[in-house]
Structure formats: structure tokens, C-alpha cells
Design a protein around this ligand. Structure first.
Ligand code: S3P
Length: 449
């Protein structure tokens, strides 16, 4: 725990009530800033997530030459580099806590003639980057990365050098990862020819959708191997207007807080319903949750809806492995819901959780067992035995490992357990959900820092 850590405690709360708006989507916010910085002309972004991760990406894009301002109404204007291209930053590019930021930015930067050195915080500095660097090297980039004391290669800081004349690539990532897909598609824009990424399991398709909005054709063909996603380089992006829809991964916290806290009845507005992101809602429906999506409409090229949630009796389910990509960030908070269900909830094929902001299988297992919930883990799975409606004991003090989703999951558990739940640090919640405390307080949740 650093000296700047802000501990927080949540205490058993009465039914949550009220209407809240989901904050801007983190994935789409990163992309809007990066694509705007690459484009010709001025891109305007509204409803951008003002999270620390996104502000790191804003800083990074400024260091590559984009001019970015925010007006007093919250509209962001990005004057992209256009034909001039990114220039070499004078200083290290600090991507903070943001895996999406650093991976997409390295891909985008690789398409230009430059050199840059990337750094990040303690959590980002131990996350694997060879999943990006290996294919980028195949495309012609030269990259030097740190090897940890434990012998793990491909970690930040990373020095990257590109001639800006890359070879296109035909690549099938070994992990289902939208970050890898996106980084390579962006690098492909700086190559001469067709770059194709083959995805056996579909991951979030925001890069594909947003590239099209910036005037870049993206082709998707599907066969027995999966989706083949192609871009043709060299390609230029043209500035556009982006309205960022609400983040379903953030909406998950008030939604599950309402499902497990008796007497709750809330409405979460502005939730993006892109099918590559809604696996949690399918799972909660299977568990018997009262979850009604209504008022479907378009915003920023995505479908959004308002979700009405009431406290519900939940049943344990087996979450199919094929659904993992569409709810990859939601397993810690699903595990909290599962602690209140009747029966066991099995989560399979989630090995990727071990390389998120923390090892989320280990951190979630510890968070639940410290609060009296029966849970077991395997290398790529978790099983939670629910208390059949009886609240878990709570009373734990949880280590968050710089992981915003572990921190928020623990605080949500404390709203409906018998005793308060404390976390060692809440500061990093601002990476993805800076309004979490105010939003939860407006629903009547008792959380104190
Ligand atoms: C993201 C993709 C996912 C997700 C992350 C955001 C993105 O990571 O966990 O929070 O915006 O592309 P992976 O692609 O590594 O699974």
C-alpha cells in the first residue's frame, strides 16, 4: 500500500433507490482520443470518461503531437496529426494503469517513423506486453522490453523504434484479446497492404466500428475458423464527432449492488448494449435476476438502453467459456452476485483474468473467502458456492493490488453482507469510474473513505 492509499469501507445498506447515468465507456474513450490524434482535422468527443486511464492516454497523444483541449461544457477537441504523422515524444510516455492505453498506443505509434519509450505504474509494469510486441516485431518494429527478476520477459518500460514502413500481417492471436486485435489493426494502417486478424471468438468490436466512423474501411469475413478482420494500409483517418456511450462494465457495479441489497429498485441509464459486451446481463438473466432493458436508442454508433434492476433471488449457473470475452472484466463482480445465489456458480475458461490489472482469479477468491464466502479456484476458473439468500459474514479487509474492479467489487459486497467490508485503497477506482462514490451515495449506499 503506497503512502497515498485511501482506504474505504462499505457498510450494510437499506434498499438502493434512484436513477443514475452510467459513466462514459472506457474502451470507447481510449479509442476516441487515439483515433482523433491520428486523424486529419479536428475530432470532437462528448461524454468522454474523465478517468485517470483516459487522462493518461490524452497525455500520451499530446506527447506524439496531437493538440487536445476540453471546453467548459466537457467537449473534447482533438487536433489530429494527419498526414504529418506522430512525432517522437521528447520524454517517456507514461500510460499509468491503462493496459488498453499502452497496447493500443504502441500499435498506433508503430505505424509511424519514430522512437518512443513507454512506462506505466506498478500494476501495468508487470503485465505481459509480448502479446503485442511479438507480432509488431514480425511487422518490422524493433522493441526492447524489460525482463522481471522472476524471468518474465516483455514488461514495461519498453523502447520502441519503427521505420514507419511496416509489413502487413496475417495473425491469429493466441488469446482472445480486443487489445491485441486493435493494436495490430492500427499498426496495419501504417503498412503497405492488407493486415488480417483472425479471431476464433469475437472480442469487443469498438475498433472496427470506430475506424469506419473515421472513414477507414474495415472488412469482416466469417468462416469456420472465426472472424477475419482486415484493414488495408496505408490508410488515413478523417476527423469525426464521437458521443461516448455509457460503460456496461461500470454499470455492473450499481446493478449488482441493487440485485443483492434487499429492497433495492434502481434505474441505470445510458448503458451500451453492444453484444460483444453484454455477457454479464445474459448471465444475470439466467440466474433469475430482475433486469429489464428498455428505451433502446442509438448513441455514438452504438445501441444504448436504460436498465431497471430490483433486488432478486439468484440461482447459481455455469457460465460458458464461449461467453468469457463478452464479460471479461465482469467476473469479479459476478462472483460477488454468486455469493448471494442458491447453489454453485461455475466460471470457466477465464485464464486471461490472471493478467489483468491484478491476478483477478486470486484477488477475487481472496476477497470472497476473507468475507466468509465458500470459493475455489483453478488455473483458469472459479467456483462460488452461494449462501442461498443468507448474507455472507463480511468483516474482511481486502487487498486491492492497484485493481479498480477488485476495489469496487469488495465495496459492493459490503453493502449486503452482515458486517462492513474494508479495502486497503480506493484511489485507483478513479481510473475507470471517478464518480463511483457519488453515484453509489446517490442511490443510498453507505461507503466511506
Ligand atoms: C479492452 C479489452 C479487454 C478488457 C479491457 C479493455 C479494450 O482486454 O479487459 O478492460 O478496450 O480493448 P483484452 O483485450 O486484453 O482482453
Amino acid at each position: 500500500m503506497s503512502s497515498l492509499a485511501t482506504p474505504a469501507t462499505s457498510t450494510p445498506s437499506k434498499g438502493l433507490k434512484g436513477t443514475v447515468k452510467a459513466p462514459g465507456d472506457k474502451s470507447i474513450s481510449h479509442r476516441a482520443i487515439i483515433f482523433g490524434a491520428m486523424a486529419e482535422g479536428v475530432t470532437e468527443v462528448t461524454d468522454l470518461l474523465r478517468g485517470a486511464d483516459i487522462l493518461s492516454t490524452v497525455g500520451a497523444m499530446r506527447s506524439f503531437g496531437a493538440k487536445i483541449t476540453e471546453d467548459d461544457k466537457g467537449t473534447w477537441r482533438i487536433e489530429g496529426v494527419g498526414a504529418k504523422g506522430f512525432s517522437s515524444p521528447a520524454e517517456d510516455v507514461d500510460c499509468g494503469n491503462a493496459g488498453t492505453g499502452v497496447r493500443l498506443i504502441m500499435g498506433a505509434a508503430a505505424g509511424y517513423k519514430l522512437s518512443a519509450r513507454f512506462t506505466g505504474d506498478a500494476s501495468l509494469s508487470v503485465r505481459p506486453m509480448n502479446r503485442i510486441l511479438d507480432p509488431l516485431r514480425e511487422m518490422g518494429v524493433s522493441a526492447e522490453a524489460r525482463t522481471t527478476e522472476a524471468g518474465e520477459p516483455g514488461r514495461l518500460p519498453i523502447s520502441l523504434q519503427s521505420s514507419g514502413a511496416l509489413k502487413p500481417i496475417n495473425y491469429r492471436p493466441p488469446h482472445a484479446s480486443a487489445q491485441v486485435k486493435s493494436a495490430l489493426l492500427l499498426a496495419g494502417l501504417g503498412s503497405k497492404g492488407i493486415t488480417t486478424i483472425i479471431e476464433p471468438v469475437a472480442t469487443r468490436d469498438h475498433t472496427e466500428n470506430m475506424l469506419r466512423a473515421f472513414g477507414v474501411p474495415v472488412e469482416v469475413k466469417t468462416n469456420s475458423e472465426g472472424n477475419h478482420i482486415s484493414v488495408t494500409g496505408p490508410a488515413r483517418l478523417k476527423a469525426t464527432k464521437i458521443k461516448v456511450p455509457g460503460d456496461p462494465s461500470s454499470a455492473a457495479f450499481p446493478i449488482i449492488a441493487a440485485l443483492i441489497t434487499p429492497g433495492s429498485d434502481i434505474l441505470v441509464e445510458n448503458v451500451m448494449m453492444n453484444p460483444t459486451r453484454t455477457g454479464l446481463f445474459d448471465t444475470l438473466n439466467e440466474m433469475g435476476a430482475f433486469l429489464r432493458a428498455d428505451n433502446f436508442r442509438k448513441s455514438g454508433g452504438e445501441t444504448i438502453a436504460d436498465i431497471h434492476v430490483k433486488h432478486s433471488r439468484l440461482n447459481g449457473v455455469t457460465v460458458p467459456e464461449s461467453r468469457a470475452a463478452s464479460m471479461i472484466d465482469e467476473y469479479p463482480i459476478l462472483a460477488v452476485a454468486a455469493a448471494f445465489a442458491t447453489g454453485k456458480t461455475l466460471m470457466k475458461g477465464i485464464g486471461e483474468l490472471r493478467v489483468k490489472e491484478s491476478d483477478r482469479i486470486a484477488a477475487t477468491t481472496a476477497l470472497l473467502s476473507e468475507n466468509g464466502v465458500t470459493v475455489s479456484e483453478t488455473q483458469d476458473g472459479m467456483t462460488v458456492t452461494g449462501g442461498a439468500g443468507k448474507p455472507p459474514a463480511g468483516g474482511g479487509t481486502i487487498k486491492t493490488y492497484h485493481d479498480h474492479r477488485i476495489a469496487m467489487s469488495a465495496l459492493v459486497l459490503g453493502l449486503a453482507s452482515k458486517n462492513p467490508v474494508r479495502i486497503d485503497d480506493a484511489a485507483m477506482i478513479a481510473t475507470s469510474f471517478p464518480t463511483f462514490f457519488d453515484l453509489m451515495a446517490s442511490l443510498g449506499a453507505h461507503i466511506e473513505r
